[in-house]
Design a protein around this ligand. Sequence first.
Ligand SMILES: *[C@@H]1O[C@H](CO)[C@@H](O)[C@H](O)[C@H]1NC(C)=O
Ligand SMILES: *[C@@H]1O[C@H](CO)[C@@H](O)[C@H](O)[C@H]1NC(C)=O
Ligand SMILES: *[C@@H]1O[C@H](CO)[C@@H](O)[C@H](O)[C@H]1NC(C)=O
Ligand SMILES: [Zn+2]
Length: 494
Amino acid sequence: MWNSCHLFCLCLISAITQTCFSYELAKHHDYDDLKRTLKDVSAKCEDISRVYSLPGETVEKRKLWVIELSDNPGKHEPGKPEFKYVGNMHGNEVVSREVLLKLADYLCDQYNQGNHTVQWIINNTRIHIMPSMNPDGWEAANNSPRETDGKKNWLRGRSNARGVDLNRVFPDLDAILYRDEVDGETQHNNHLEKLALAVQDTPTEAPEAQMVIQWLFQYPFVLSANLHGGDLVANYPFDSTRSGKQREYTASPDDATFRYLAEMYALPHGLMAKKHKPCDMSGDDKFYKQGGITNGGGWYSVTKGMQDFNYLATNCFEITLELGCDKFPPAADLPMYWEQNKDALVNYILQSHVGIKGMVVDRVSDTPISGATVKVYNMTDGKYQYINHDITSAKGGDYYRLLIDGQYRVDVQAPGYRTATKCLVVENDVMNGAQVVHFELSPLGEKVEGIEDSGCPDHVNGIEEIEGDDEEYESLLKDLLGRLREYFSTEYQD
Ligand SMILES: *[C@@H]1O[C@H](CO)[C@@H](O)[C@H](O)[C@H]1NC(C)=O
Ligand SMILES: *[C@@H]1O[C@H](CO)[C@@H](O)[C@H](O)[C@H]1NC(C)=O
Ligand SMILES: *[C@@H]1O[C@H](CO)[C@@H](O)[C@H](O)[C@H]1NC(C)=O
Ligand SMILES: [Zn+2]
């Protein structure tokens, strides 16, 4: 009785300023519901949110809608990491669409209620949530009748309206990387394809993938997850096996960090890391034995997926989440799925704050340097190992390098500058933000005075020391400069 009065009164108050909105959890939201819900949520939280759609449209002329949550919506702030969730890429895998919609509503409400954790996250992270990447597929799946066992057809609506599986059409950058590995080419380890070529490499029958590729290049995303259904596990790169075998553990250079990231979703999840019935009825719950996580290739090889593309084309680390066996459960089950995923969804966003971040600036003019390369060497346990995946600084000169706890040497390079080196210890504490480490680069030819101590032990400091007059270095610089020019000339403008 009190509850309904309470709700009624709230509605009365909010009716004066806006329409009364209360989120309906046990419901599948169709395209119009989805759009309306995002706008209603944003109206409740107008100071910390923005709803936008990607330029272009799907095959059936729908929009890909995104809600952004940030204390400064619409702007990239140097030093604030950008995060994204993408759901419902396979139109028939609908749980992600619903939990992501609910997540937006939850974060908004909790912020308004003064929840410290949620306020901290929104004040310190720019979050983009796309509940549905394949709204056409969703409609097809929703229109397919339930079978006698109450389940929907396993495949109907998976693809887009032209029959394209959107998670099999991204440019195959793994193939480029693996070929380079064979050729002994190790410097070409990031941003393997620029925007124009990536779009051109993606079939026009998959406008949804083309739109998402533009989006990936437009925002300096640092971390993301692509949410699916049909199994229950957190899957991390690489998806595509090196040998072409159907099943083979395929580590990326950031294997340790990716395993950690996947665990940060699996562990707080209600079921993922706990003993549960496997979806394939084999009786062998191998994912549970692995803590609810799996390497992509170690499960089954996927080429041209979105996950590996994120990592190899941009600075974004992406994992793939499978939220449960049932791809299209009845609406009455949705509150249960929300409860299972709620803490995991929030905890994973927080991981945008692991490792180090900072500014790369010109030491003389103090201006930011974009496109600088951040190289990391792992020195944990007395080893000295190059993590063969460089990160680049964003347009404002800010960089983000996700890393688990450990000891590292970090080299920052930019064309026309001396390499700056620092050795440091990372001890993550996400709610304090990533450790801030700025780099001031000295222009080549400038006299260098009073450079701060790198903090590196002698045996590490001398390694790969590069001087401005070194011929090899000059040619390396030229090459890098050329690549960067090419890259930035076609980069999508914010
Ligand atoms: C605040 O939000 C966090 C993250 O979702 C949650 O774990 C916590 O229970 C919330 N606190 C309250 C008082 O609701
Ligand atoms: C978040 O920012 C708002 C607005 O500036 C401020 O009122 C609030 O105290 C901040 N909360 C946290 C936890 O940082
Ligand atoms: C760094 O090396 C240590 C020791 O080999 C290893 O345990 C850790 O996972 C590595 N960290 C990264 C980020 O690769
Ligand atoms: Zn899927």
